[in-house]
Design a protein around this ligand. Structure first.
Ligand code: 4NP
Length: 154
């Protein structure tokens, strides 16, 4: 299974989500590929935010190898599930994907944790380190749900 995590810059939230889900999938023996992208391209080629790297490493997940890349319409051909970290991200995904947008593949990330609530994973970019820890905890819990939900898919 191929899963894509998408946020705005691909430097704060989605790199953590990619790292955490890939780590859990590998540990569970799943042959999953997890990637991430951003709906804005102004951080393309950059490493994740230093606080995303720090918080992930403190939790045993190394995301230092990642490089930001823009979301593209063809990602709907290449991935089975595309998670948007927030509603503004989902709007960006729709705009970029155009005709390729496939509703059954695209989902708000936190809807896995709290179904039907339509919650956004808040952008920690402008805030203090605490925001990155909060984001990490929500991502960790949500990825546990995803691992459980798709346990039949090797
Ligand atoms: P992300 O956070 O979408 O979680 O990567 C952001 C990173 C950068 C900016 C906004 C959000 N920015 O405006 O540069």
């Amino acid at each position: 299974m191929k899963i894509l995590m998408v946020c705005l810059g691909n430097i704060c939230r989605s790199p953590i989500a990619e790292g955490v889900l890939q780590h859990k999938a590998d540990k569970a023996g799943r042959n999953w590929l997890v990637d991430s992208a951003g709906t804005f391209d102004f951080h393309a080629g950059e490493s994740p935010h230093h606080l995303s790297i720090k918080v992930a490493l403190e939790n045993g997940v190394d995301i230092r190898h990642q490089k930001a890349r823009p979301f593209k319409a063809n990602d709907f051909d290449d991935f089975d599930i595309i998670y948007a970290m927030a509603d503004d991200v989902m709007q960006g995904i729709k705009k970029i994907a155009g005709d390729k947008f496939t509703p059954k593949k695209a989902m708000l990330f936190l809807d896995e944790l709290n179904p039907g609530k339509g919650e956004d994973l808040k952008d920690p970019y402008y805030g203090p380190e605490k925001g990155f820890h909060e984001v990490y905890e929500l991502i960790n819990s949500t990825c546990d749900v995803i691992i459980e939900k798709y346990q039949s898919i090797p």
